[in-house]
Design a protein around this ligand. Structure first.
Ligand code: PMP
Length: 453
């Protein structure tokens, strides 16, 4: 038989078909509602990523509470996707929901700060370290603005990213390696400029490839996640981050650390937990408890250099900032989330639950002798349908098994467990219950029993 990820392909196909049919059969109301009205949207979804779920059609969510979603057909599912990190602390954390209620009657946006903005600034510095902060609405924007500052201050043209990375819909980071050469990603829509004039690509965990790029003298900044989370998860080798920091300093490039996903690591993100020392710190998604908000901060010296760069230049149209950013609702949520949700106690809960999930999935994989592995970064757990550990983006790209992953996702969902699309990622929030974790492990076991029969 033909095997993919250790599974007989024809068996996989028949299970996939049965599970897709079971999903659809259980959701007549959803199907009818989508058939009636989804056509108003481009390709029938309000945001095209919603097409990337592996089910025959998306769920229509009626209710979200803690780490649970209910769809309009009445199916309750345990949510381990949590909005792909936006809701990592659970849906509508109570302090954030309360802050929203309070701000709701006091204006939603005025392009002026509030006292809560000052409080948020204090909390950001306390939580993430000595940076001069700016507020954006998405992590994409925060990264884009960080890159702009890096180019301004260094006068160099390129950003160095890692093969297989994702930092949002930031054009400058949309390159990859092909036969060792940086190329523009072929999937990019309507791309008309040659991105290799703006970016270079190196391999994660390969300091020699980083140094080779830096030696050109063209690199304004290295932009990286502490752990590669956007293909199959790749952990940094010991010494890799130290090496990056040293190389950046040696060659006069800035180090931008994008914590948008690795904020799962613990208090202060991976940077806080592992003592990284970025020049620019970026985090988005869950930082305000799910209210669209991102923050980026510059080290004080860099902030001074940037202010100096601006002195005497024509002002206006800096290419940074958006009209609704730094609005009072964001600050109400940011303050509530930083002070009352992103706490040591909650992170300890997440860590415990994620360790339970990690070891449970590992046990199941071993019991079935599946050629797979599991990786964890704090509250973030991922099973990978290939041997590990993975070393870099090239290996991570090859470790994707789309057919297997799609079948697993739908099968898990039919057993009441939602995991993130695009990868096999699961988040454990502070309100995720032990029994939800155990149900996911049992469902995973159930499916593997069939797949590897
Ligand atoms: N940085 C990282 C590491 C991400 O994974 C993402 C999105 N998955 C972003 C930035 C961009 O976030 P957003 O889509 O909210 O702009």
């Amino acid at each position: 038989p033909v095997l993919i990820a250790g599974i007989d392909k024809s068996r996989l196909k028949s299970i996939a078909k049965r599970e897709a049919e079971a999903f659809a059969a259980a959701r007549p109301k959803t199907k009818a509602a989508l058939d009636a009205d989804a056509g108003n949207y481009l390709d029938s979804v309000p945001m095209h990523w919603m097409k990337d779920w592996p089910m025959p059609f998306p769920m229509l969510v009626a209710k979200a509470e803690e780490a649970r979603l209910t769809d309009i057909d009445g199916h309750e599912v345990d949510d381990f996707c949590l909005g792909d990190t936006g809701s990592m602390f659970g849906h509508s954390p109570a302090p954030v929901a309360q802050a929203i209620r309070k701000q709701a009657r006091n204006g939603l946006t005025y392009m002026l700060p509030t006292e809560a903005a000052l409080e948020a600034g204090r909390l950001l510095t306390k939580r993430f370290g000595d940076f001069k902060w700016q507020i954006a609405t998405t992590a994409t924007d925060a990264n884009r603005f960080a890159i702009r500052v890096a180019r301004a201050v260094t006068g160099k043209p390129k950003v160095l990213v890692f093969n297989g990375c994702y930092h949002g819909t930031v054009d400058d980071a949309m390159v990859e390696l092909s036969d060792g050469q940086t190329i523009t990603r072929p999937g990019l829509t309507g791309q008309v400029t040659d991105l290799t004039t703006l970016a270079a690509c190196a391999e994660f965990n390969d300091l020699a490839s980083v140094e080779a790029a830096l030696k050109t003298g063209e690199i304004a900044a290295i932009l990286t996640e502490p752990v590669m989370t956007n293909s199959c998860m790749v952990l940094p080798d010991p010494g890799f981050h130290d090496g990056l920091r040293k190389l950046a300093t040696t060659y006069g490039a800035l180090l931008i650390i994008d914590e948008t996903h690795t904020i799962s690591s613990g208090l202060g993100g991976y940077t806080g937990v592992h003592g990284l020392n970025p020049d620019i710190f970026v985090v988005g998604k869950c930082v305000a408890g799910g209210m669209p908000t991102a923050v980026w901060g510059l080290r004080p010296k860099l902030a001074r250099d940037y202010i100096r760069y601006n002195a005497g230049r024509a002002s206006g149209h800096s290419g940074m900032g958006t009209t609704l950013s730094a609005n009072p609702m964001q600050f109400a949520c940011l303050t509530a989330n930083l002070a009352e949700v992103m706490t040591a106690k909650n992170y300890a809960r997440m860590e415990n639950g994620a360790e339970r999930l990690y070891s449970g999935l590992k046990r199941v994989i071993e019991a079935h002798s599946a050629p797979w592995h599991v990786v964890r970064v704090g509250a973030r757990v991922e099973f990978i349908c290939a041997h590990g550990p993975l070393k870099n983006g090239t290996e991570a790209g090859k470790a994707h098994m789309p057919e297997v992953e799609a079948t697993l996702h739908t099968s898990l969902l039919n057993r009441g467990c939602l995991i993130a699309p695009f990868h096999n990622m699961m988040l454990v929030s502070p309100v995720t219950k032990k029994r939800q974790i155990d149900r996911l492990i049992a469902a995973f076991d159930d499916i593997l029993t069939e797949l590897f029969a």
